[in-house]
Design a protein around this ligand. Structure first.
Ligand code: UDP
Length: 405
């Protein structure tokens, strides 16, 4: 099928680890490649955020990335993009109507892409699928007045839940959240993300380590909700271990990052400054080596729409301690493939880390069971196959082109 994927702020070509570049970029890149492997013809549409970007870029994986001129050709924080989504949607509709390539299905990633996609899809009669990736209700609950989402986000998400032809959810928690805002369960299909098992595998090079002490690794964008402060606060009760934090701006720019500075200050005040190492953001190709270098991966977010990093750690054969939130509650089976602890609880975290670091047999058992789970349930091929079924089903819907006001 001809599949359009719309990911307005998260380009599959972006460098990851910075504030607005993380799991969604990986998801779109891996999914597009897996859909191509399944025989689909895939184009990814993302906002043109630099004047030097060409309109269309072929990738070695067989899909194309199209840069949509909507808003200024420079980086704009995602929470400020809403005013440009109408322009984005109109451009899609015009291009699909005019050009020689009209998709049979358009799959939007994130609610703002959903707005542009439903707008374009309705104008020219293309069925639409939406993956939210993150929900405004959850963000509001956890971030309160710090939430910079555009006002009206939750209302738009509710409306999109009925306007798109199919909603793809990634975990059981997301189903509950969407039902709570009024999206019917019958409109949703659960398709979890995958992990690239050629890249994330137990064998292969590992990042260098110091001479002594176990290594705790934690990975993610430098934002408070990833729970890095909780990991640092757990460290005084885990003697001798070093804590390596991967993510954020590249190493040479870390000193200018407000949250990285806060993290270092917290480590100093907890008396563990010498045991916390901030690596900064690293290219996707180097991630597997960092996972393999660790004795345990700690994923301690306050909330997590899905969470690719625990899956990547599991696929590299590293035992995972995660917080019992969002997608992590589905991917990590407590006591079987890893440990789950409550969010924002450094004491529970330190108890779990101490116990796991002291028990080599348990670490081995978790890692083995986790690898099994990954191989059975979390490949991008499986994800692409399931989505292929959804696309085929929505493509049979007759949807005449209609004017949208
Ligand atoms: N990542 C990366 N380099 C970094 C930090 C993270 O390539 O320095 C990747 C990581 O491997 C994962 C993604 O960014 O694929 C983060 O996804 P996750 O779902 O864990 O979090 P999100 O960023 O979506 O909140």
């Amino acid at each position: 099928m001809r599949v359009a994927m719309i990911s307005e702020h998260a380009s599959p070509l972006a460098v990851l680890g910075e504030e607005d570049a993380g799991g969604q970029n990986t998801h779109v890149a891996e999914l597009a490649a897996a859909l191509v492997d399944e025989g689909h013809d895939v184009r990814v549409y993302t906002r043109r955020d630099s004047a030097t970007l060409p309109e269309a870029v072929p990738t070695p994986y067989g899909y194309q990335v199209w840069h949509v001129p909507a808003g200024p050709p420079r980086r704009v924080p995602k929470d400020e993009l809403l005013p440009y989504l109408g322009e984005f949607g109109s451009w899609l509709a015009d291009t699909w109507r005019r050009g020689d390539w009209t998709p049979e299905v358009a799959h939007a990633h994130f609610w703002m892409s959903g707005l542009a996609t439903v707008h374009a899809g309705r104008r020219i009669g293309v069925p639409t699928v939406l993956t939210y990736h993150a929900l405004g209700t959850v963000k509001r609950r956890h971030q309160g007045t710090m939430d910079t989402s555009p006002p009206g986000r939750i209302g738009y998400e509710r409306a999109l839940g009925r306007a798109a032809d199919r909603i793809i959810v990634q975990c059981a928690d997301e189903v509950r959240e969407l039902v709570r805002i009024g999206v019917p369960r019958s409109r949703m299909t659960l398709v979890p993300s995958g992990v690239n098992q050629q890249v994330f595998r137990p064998d292969g090079p590992a990042a260098p380590r110091g001479p002594s002490g176990p290594r705790i690794l934690t990975v993610g964008r430098m934002v408070e909700r990833k729970g890095f402060l909780d990991v640092v606060r757990a460290l005084p009760a885990v003697p001798h271990a070093e804590c390596v934090v991967v993510g954020g701006p590249p190493a040479d720019l870390l000193a200018a990052d407000t949250f990285a500075r806060r993290l270092s200050a917290a480590a100093e005040s907890c008396g563990v400054g010498d045991r916390v190492k901030l690596v900064g953001g690293v290219p996707r190709e180097e991630m597997a080596a960092w996972y393999r270098s660790a004795d345990v991966l700690v994923a301690a977010p306050w909330y997590e729409p899905f969470g690719l990093t625990p899956l990547e750690g599991m696929a590299c054969g590293v035992p995972v301690i995660g917080t019992n939130v969002g997608g992590i509650a589905d991917t990590v089976v407590d006591g079987l493939t890893g440990d789950l602890v409550p969010p924002r609880d450094p004491r529970a975290l330190s108890t779990a880390i101490r116990r796991l670091l002291a028990d080599k047999v348990r670490r081995f058992a978790y890692a083995t069971a986790a690898l099994d789970r990954i191989r059975c349930l979390y490949s991008w091929k499986r994800c692409a196959e399931q989505l292929g079924g959804v696309y085929a089903a929505v493509a049979t819907l007759t949807r005449p082109a209609q004017a949208v006001v």
